[in-house]
Design a protein around this ligand. Structure first.
Ligand SMILES: NC(=O)c1ccc[n+]([C@@H]2O[C@H](COP(=O)([O-])OP(=O)(O)OC[C@H]3O[C@@H](n4cnc5c(N)ncnc54)[C@H](OP(=O)(O)O)[C@@H]3O)[C@@H](O)[C@H]2O)c1
Length: 346
């Protein structure tokens, strides 16, 4: 297994001055989506361990729980930890009255931000993302409120998650977008067509979520056997029987190459993301200190262009079976919002 670097490098994210650790920590699985919530003291220990190791870019959202992941982070950030981290959270997926709704209207944006600040126990969030785009609200209107929050010092930088290229452009024209969060891994490469070039053209930082393919690139098909009924991954197309059998070969090949290179498959999958450029920050999620240490070791894994190409051939088009999300959850896709001229709510 590749050793963790002595110090985790820092990188500039976007063009507005935000600096983060070159690898972040995804905190979602500590509280939500991936089985039952994990014990709070263990998760606080893990977050403190990450910060001490130099992984200071922490990723959460108000929808993780909902709310409980932000509350967990709020506890972990006490006692001087907050000053050492770059704190990113998100808004836009609401669960009012048990109904899931995507919202980007100004009143909601403001209330969501106030709620996050309170739960996190901070005066200001470093990076505030719109988690999903509200297709009923012109992006200019959502951005107008976010811009106000920047002016009031409640958020430092603005991000978007799962936004289309044209939404990114329209948003960026209202106020600079610092980072776009998108799924990017060896087996999820659709962002490369349109989104990545758009971010690069506009000087926007790229935050790669689920860089381990939600654990598949770490453990392969056997991951599914260990998932509890509440685990969201049970319902993802790529993890369904049939699809999984085919996808399993991708992992087997990654695993074999990792063995040849003297690293773990997780390290190889993360190294592939790190080699995409110095504007890309992967945020692997974990709930275990041992796995965290392994993932930081990915920063020391070097890949030649031939090795990159070989890895990519394992998960080339046609090799990966199943969408990233179930059809039902895909309603936010193609996040084009109405033109500003259509907005009459204010
Ligand atoms: N913007 C969005 O819409 C969006 C969507 C999804 C996720 N995210 C963010 O991105 C973060 C990362 O994504 P993710 O958690 O979905 O997926 P991921 O980072 O690709 O994979 C996480 C999974 O990999 C396992 N894992 C991690 N390191 C491992 C290792 N070294 N060996 C074996 N297994 C390992 C974890 O299990 P253990 O806990 O057992 O280590 C966990 O099950 C999330 O925490 C969240 O903050 C954002």
């Amino acid at each position: 297994m590749a050793a963790a670097p002595v110090s985790v490098p820092r990188m500039k994210l976007g063009s507005q001055g935000l600096e983060v650790s070159a690898q972040g920590l995804g905190c979602m699985g500590m509280s939500a989506f991936y089985g039952p919530p994990k014990p709070e003291p263990d998760m606080i220990k893990l977050i403190h361990h990450a910060v001490a190791a130099g992984v200071t870019f922490l990723d959460t959202s108000d929808v993780y729980g909902p709310h409980t992941n932000e509350i967990l982070l709020g506890k972990a950030l006490q006692g001087g930890v907050r000053e050492k981290v770059e704190l990113a959270t998100k808004f836009g997926i609401s669960f009012a009255d048990g109904k899931r709704e995507i919202r980007g209207d100004p009143a909601y944006v403001r209330a969501a931000c106030e709620g996050s600040l309170k739960r996190l126990g901070v005066d200001c969030v470093d990076l505030y993302y719109q988690h999903r785009i509200d297709k009923r609200v012109p992006i200019e209107v959502t951005m107008g409120e976010l811009k106000k929050l920047v002016e009031e010092g409640k958020i430092k930088y603005i991000g978007l998650s799962e936004a289309s290229a044209s939404t990114i452009r329209r948003a960026h024209a209202i106020h600079p977008i610092t980072a776009v969060q998108l799924e990017w891994s060896l087996w999820s490469r659709d962002a490369e067509e349109d989104l990545i070039p758009t971010c690069r053209e506009l000087g926007i930082g790229i935050v790669a979520y689920s860089p381990l393919g939600r654990g598949f690139l770490s453990s392969g098909a056997k991951l599914v056997d260990s998932l509890s009924e509440q685990d969201f991954r049970k319902y993802l197309p790529r993890f369904q029987p049939g699809n999984l059998d085919k996808n399993a070969q991708i992992f087997e090949r990654v695993n074999a190459m990792a063995a040849r290179k003297g690293c773990t498959p997780s390290q190889l999958a993360l190294a592939w993301v790190h080699h995409q450029g110095n504007d890309v920050c992967p945020i692997p999620g974990t709930t275990k200190i041992e796995n965290f240490n392994q993932n930081v070791g990915a920063l020391s894994v070097k890949l030649t262009p031939d090795e990159m190409a070989e890895l990519e051939s394992y998960a080339a088009e046609g090799e990966v079976v199943g969408d990233r999300y179930p059809q039902m959850a895909n309603t936010w896709k193609d996040s084009e919002t109405p033109p500003l001229s259509s907005w009459t709510s204010e």
